[in-house]
Design a protein around this ligand. Structure first.
Ligand code: ADP
Length: 402
C-alpha cells in the first residue's frame, strides 16, 4: 500500500493525482476547476477511463467529495489499491518550514499564519488540507512546500537591501518558488550524469518561470523572491522591473495598489508584451517571421541569458544547463538559441538530439562534448511531492524506532 494521493488546492481549483512514488505509476489524476462558480468542471483520467463532467460544486469540500466518488465509481477504488498518505502542495513555507512536515493542527495554524506572505495561495492550500484531513482521517497528511528547497540560500543571496529592521519584522527576504521542481530536476540531472559535484542552472519555464543555481546539490540562488513575481519574464507576470515603475504608474496613471498588483501579476509578461500568454502562439508567429514576435522572443531570451550568466558567476562556473516545464521541455528553438547565446561559456547542442519532443530526460549536447552540458528533464512535481511525502513519513518512523 504505497500510493500517495497528491493534492494541489488553488483558490478555485483542486488538482489531484494518485501515484505510486516507487514505480512512478499514475493510477488516476484530474482537476476540478471553477469551484464556487455556476458551472464547475471535473476532468478525471485513469488508465482506461477519461471523463469530463460539468457540475455545480460549491466549495473545496464538495470538490474533494466528487473526486473521491469518481475514484469509487470509475476506479481505481482507493480501498482496493490503498492510499498510504496524502501529500499537499503548499506554496509558501515562509521562514517556518524548510522541509516537508507531517500535518497536525499546529502545522495548519502555522501555514495559516503565513497567509500575509502568500495571500493568493496559502488560504486555498489550508482549505485543501482541512477538507482532506476531514474526509481522509485515517492516513497521514504531509505538507510539501514550494519554498523549502531554497531555504539553503545564504544571506547574501536572500537579503534585499532595504531597512533591515523593517525586513525582519515583516519577514521580507527572497524565498523562491517552484522548489519541488528545481529539486526534482537537479536531482535527476545528478543521477543521469552520475555526479553530485555539479554547478547546475535549472530553467523552469512554464506559465510561471524561474531559474535556480544549484551547487553540489544545494540551492544557492533563485530568481523568484518574496513572491513568485520576481525574476524571469513569465506568461502573465513581469518578472524583474524597477520598483519605481510602481510609484510612477500610481502618479501618472492614477493606478491603485489592486490595479498595479493585477497589472504586474496577471496582465504583464508575454501577455502584456504580445497579448496572449500562450508561448505556442508566440512561437508560431516567430516561425512565421512576424517582427513583433521576434522582438518579444528576444526580450524573453535576453532575460534568460542574463540569469544564466549571473548564476555561472555566482557559482564560479557552470557544468549543466537544464530546461524544464511546458516551454523548456517543448521549445527546441529556444534551447538552441540559448546554447548559441551562451557558447562563450562552452555550451553546444546537437540539433538532432534537441529537435524531437520526448517525455524522457535527456542530454542534448553533442556526443563526447567536453564543455558544459545542455539537458532537458521533464519535471514531475506530483511525483516529487509523493516521494517527499513518503520520505518524510519514513524519516519519522526511523526516528521513532531509534
Ligand atoms: P504552468 O504549470 O506554469 O501552468 P506549464 O509548465 O504547463 O505551465 O507550461 C505552460 C506553458 O508551456 C504555456 O505557455 C504553453 O504555451 C507552453 N508550451 C506548451 N507547449 C509548448 C510548445 N510546444 N512550444 C512552446 N511552448 C509550449
Amino acid at each position: 500500500m504505497s500510493n500517495v494521493l497528491v493534492l494541489n488546492a488553488g483558490s478555485s481549483s483542486l488538482k489531484y493525482q494518485l501515484v505510486n512514488p516507487v514505480t512512478s505509476e499514475v493510477l488516476a489524476d484530474g482537476i476540478v476547476e471553477k469551484i464556487g462558480e455556476d458551472v464547475s468542471r471535473v476532468k478525471h483520467e485513469g488508465v482506461s477511463v477519461k471523463v469530463t463532467r460539468d457540475l455545480q460544486i460549491a466549495d473545496h469540500a464538495e470538490a474533494l467529495k466528487v473526486v473521491l466518488d469518481l475514484y469509487e465509481d470509475l476506479g481505481p477504488r482507493l480501498s482496493e489499491v490503498g492510499v498510504a498518505a496524502v501529500g499537499h502542495r503548499v506554496v509558501h513555507g515562509g521562514p517556518t518550514y524548510s522541509a516537508p512536515v507531517v500535518i497536525n493542527d499546529d502545522v495548519v495554524a502555522g501555514i495559516e499564519a503565513l497567509v500575509p506572505l502568500a495571500p493568493l495561495h496559502n488560504p486555498a492550500n489550508v482549505t485543501g488540507i482541512r477538507v482532506a484531513r476531514q474526509m481522509l482521517p485515517d492516513v497521514p497528511h504531509v505538507a510539501v512546500f514550494d519554498t523549502a528547497f531554497f531555504s539553503t540560500l545564504k544571506p547574501e543571496a536572500y537579503t534585499y537591501a532595504i531597512d533591515a529592521d523593517l525586513a525582519k519584522q515583516h519577514h521580507i527576504r527572497r524565498y523562491g518558488f517552484h522548489g519541488t521542481s528545481h529539486q526534482y530536476v537537479s536531482g535527476k540531472v545528478s543521477e543521469l550524469l552520475g555526479r553530485d559535484d555539479l554547478k547546475q542552472v535549472v530553467l523552469h519555464l512554464g506559465n510561471g518561470a524561474s531559474a535556480s543555481a544549484v551547487k553540489n546539490g544545494v540551492a544557492v540562488d533563485t530568481s523568484m523572491g518574496l513572491t513568485p513575481l520576481e525574476g524571469l519574464i513569465m506568461g502573465t507576470r513581469s518578472g524583474d522591473l524597477d520598483p519605481a515603475i510602481i510609484f510612477h504608474l500610481h502618479r501618472v496613471a492614477g493606478m491603485d495598489l489592486a490595479e498595479l498588483d493585477d497589472l504586474l501579476n496577471k496582465q504583464s509578461g508575454i501577455k502584456g508584451l504580445y497579448g496572449d500568454n500562450d508561448m505556442r502562439k508566440l512561437e508560431t508567429d516567430w516561425y512565421a517571421g512576424i517582427p513583433k514576435a521576434h522582438l518579444v522572443m528576444d526580450i524573453y531570451r535576453h532575460r534568460l541569458t542574463h540569469y544564466v550568466g549571473a548564476y555561472a558567476a555566482v557559482m564560479g562556473g557552470i557544468d549543466v544547463l537544464t530546461f524544464t516545464a511546458g516551454v523548456g521541455e517543448n521549445d527546441p528553438q529556444l534551447r538552441l538559441d540559448m546554447a548559441e547565446a551562451l557558447s562563450f561559456l562552452g555550451f553546444a547542442i546537437d540539433r538532432e538530439k534537441n529537435a524531437p519532443r520526448s517525455k524522457e530526460a535527456r542530454n542534448v549536447s553533442p556526443d563526447g562534448h567536453e564543455g558544459p552540458q545542455v539537458m532537458v528533464v521533464p519535471t514531475n512535481e506530483e511525483l516529487a511531492i509523493a516521494q517527499q511525502t513518503v520520505a518524510t513519513l519514513d524519516g519519522i518512523r526511523v526516528d521513532l524506532a531509534d
